[in-house]
Design a protein around this ligand. Structure first.
Ligand code: ZN
Length: 306
């Protein structure tokens, strides 16, 4: 899916679909404008095995859509910064052959948190890109990147859609009234992600973020602190189900990355495998278990006992 509005970007991406996929793309725009959505779309174009990429039906598109494609790797900061060590690991890995298709995609989240050393480490691989590898850098502002890195990338700048386009989209994914949507969009200056945040009262992409936080919490927080974070979702069945799915995605992502780098977040590979199995079991019981807080308590104690 392409971000709403942004017709200029749609036509650039259409050119990618005709086979001219650049090896480095920088997606620029503030949080909530759809950088991740666009990155996912471009990644699907790269790894699609259908006749008209992205076909949305082939194994490549399917795996990419659920975040499990082995040749689509997301690199994100462990803390506030994307470190030079992480970029060096990425660089080594980029020269290995893809697993499923003839292309590999690296989605580098928060690329503007790299310091100059990390950016220069990345620059080396952008200057001599391995065949078939596509780097997608996500940044709030391209100005925060070194000019040498910028000059190696095709930059696509996302902008908020028109009020009508944004309102139509939000109406299609929520049950909010037209007046509520209009007020939220006015406050958010038509930024759909920010408006959805205000309308839901929860974080944008909040569940994905929460899943990452819970994994970090295993060694750093008490069960009680974890439960406090889960409390706002107590009455939201769909959110609970999505949270467990996000946890599975995040754990499988960490396991995949563990094939070539150290396991992050202070967990061992064996712990992550146990966590995966435990979350699968919880997901099964989530559908039948009426007591949500009990489910959350089980989740926290399971994760803490790893
Ligand atoms: Zn496909």
């Amino acid at each position: 899916m392409l971000p709403v509005g942004n017709k200029n970007i749609a036509s650039r991406v259409a050119a990618f679909q005709r086979g001219k996929l650049p090896h480095a793309i920088m997606l620029e725009g503030e949080r909530g404008l759809g950088k991740h959505t666009l990155a996912q779309h471009i990644a699907s174009i790269a790894v699609c095995q259908g006749a008209s990429a992205p076909c949305g039906e082939c194994r490549g598109c399917h795996l990419c859509g659920v975040g499990s494609h082995p040749d689509v790797v997301t690199v994100s900061p462990d803390g506030k910064q994307l470190t030079v060590d992480k970029i060096r690991t990425l660089r080594q890995n980029a020269y290995l052959k893809p697993t499923l298709c003839d292309r590999k995609v690296y989605i580098v989240e928060c690329a503007d948190t790299m310091n100059n050393s990390a950016q220069n480490a990345l620059l080396k691989v952008l200057e001599e890109p391995p065949t078939g590898v596509v780097f997608i850098l996500l940044v709030d502002s391209a100005d925060s990147m070194l000019p040498t890195v910028r000059s190696r990338c095709i930059t696509l700048s996302l902008t908020p859609p028109s009020r009508d386009e944004a309102a139509e989209y939000i109406a299609s994914v929520t049950d909010k009234s037209a007046a509520e949507i209009d007020t939220a969009l006015a406050d958010a200056k038509n930024n759909i992600g920010v408006a959805l945040l205000a309308l839901s009262g929860k974080n944008v992409g909040g569940l994905a973020h929460l899943a990452s936080e819970l994994l970090l919490d295993i060694n750093n927080s008490t069960s009680y602190e974890m439960l406090v974070k889960l409390k706002p979702y107590e009455k939201d069945r769909a959110a609970i189900d999505s949270l467990l799915s996000e946890l599975l995605l995040r754990i499988s992502h960490l396991l995949r990355e563990g094939c070539y780098t150290h396991i992050k977040e202070g967990l061992t590979r064996a712990q992550l495998i146990k966590a995966y199995d435990a979350v699968v079991e919880l997901k099964k019981s989530a559908n039948s278990n009426a007591n949500t807080m009990l489910l959350f308590t089980n989740l926290c104690s399971t994760l803490k006992s790893l």
